[in-house]
Design a binder for this molecule. Structure first.
Ligand SMILES: *Cc1c(COP(=O)(O)O)cnc(C)c1O
Length: 306
């Protein structure tokens, strides 16, 4: 099999098969989850909203005071290089900034670590499975864990601090759900592990304003809703309001918007995809195909097709 068929990584300036990319055990990325990252989808041979993902990655790095030596052009070229090497036409492409190893072993000064950048891609990921849109997603609201407060870990920088999500995922999986949504300490919805949420309440599309990553899929859906004449509200979304919601959806670059049919005991739209979600999902996939939002991957002409 072609070496890079399962994906490729760019690390230390070298391209390696994704399964062979390694970081040292003393890297703060590993010992302290000290990482910010971003994920841009490649669909039908082109990045979707690449500049928006690069801008968010830069903002995440600044928020975390991460300054790898690789500049914007190296980062951009590395993203093209991993996808081109893989030949994948549909890919999940990660860009990562890691704190790195302390300059003096054991020293605890985050300013004195060798920050570094790496990138990798694998075949396109549907976070909820490829059939999620058809079957609908079952979510669980965690009872035993709340989202880490934004004044402790800022969720607007995409990061690897998944301690709260992982606990929530155990709770959700044990309860038979597909995934989890975490509340903040005031009882408002925040987000799930790698996705934002929306509810349709009285015909309006509502999404949490704070306590979550400002997802690019979320931004796309807010734009598409405005274009479709659907009113939107970005505000606090208390758990108690979900009892009045007609629909709920989850959204991520890994699969786009998907209908949430069940939230614990509550069933939305009779357990099927609701009309607002269906419209937004169709509009999302149409936008994924629009040239204005796409950056074609620089495949070498000899790259194997996947
Ligand atoms: C990546 C991510 C999302 C979704 O963001 P997109 O830009 O739409 O992919 C939402 N929440 C968290 C915590 C994430 O890591």
């Amino acid at each position: 099999m072609y070496r890079f068929a399962n994906g490729a990584a760019w690390i230390g300036g070298e391209l390696v098969p994704v399964a062979e990319a390694r970081i040292p055990v003393t890297d703060w990325a590993l010992t302290h989850s000290d990482v910010v990252y971003d994920v841009v989808p490649v669909w039908d041979g082109a990045f979707f909203r690449l500049d928006d993902h690069l801008a968010r990655f830069r903002a995440s790095m600044e928020a975390w005071r991460l300054a790898p030596p690789e500049g914007p052009e190296v980062i951009r070229a590395a993203l093209h290089a991993v996808v081109a090497a893989s030949g994948l036409r549909a890919a999940y492409v990660a860009m990562v900034a890691a704190r790195g190893q302390p300059l003096v072993p054991g020293e605890r000064d985050p300013r004195r670590c060798a920050n570094h950048f790496y990138a990798w891609c694998v075949p396109y990921v549907h976070v909820f499975g490829a059939d999620a849109a058809a079957r609908g997603v079952r979510l669980h609201i965690a009872e035993g864990v709340r989202r880490i407060p934004p004044d402790s870990v800022d969720p607007r920088a995409k990061n690897y601090h998944w301690g709260d999500f992982t606990r929530g995922l155990f709770e959700a999986k044990d309860a038979g759900a597909d995934s989890v949504v975490l509340l903040d300490h005031a009882g408002n919805l925040t987000e799930g592990p790698g996705f934002n949420v929306f509810a349709v309440i009285g015909g309006r599309l509502v999404t949490p304003a704070e306590g979550c990553l400002e997802g690019i899929t979320r931004a796309t859906l807010l734009e598409l809703a405005a274009a479709e004449g659907i009113d939107t509200e970005t505000r606090a979304l208390p758990r108690s309001e979900l009892a009045e919601a007609q629909e709920m959806l989850a959204c991520t670059s890994g699969g786009g918007p998907v209908p949430v049919t069940h939230l614990d005991g509550h069933v939305f739209a009779n357990g099927a995809e609701g009309p607002v979600t269906a419209r937004l999902r169709a509009a999302y996939w149409a936008r994924m195909a629009e040239a204005d939002w796409r950056t074609p991957v620089a495949y070498p002409s000899a790259a194997p097709a996947s």
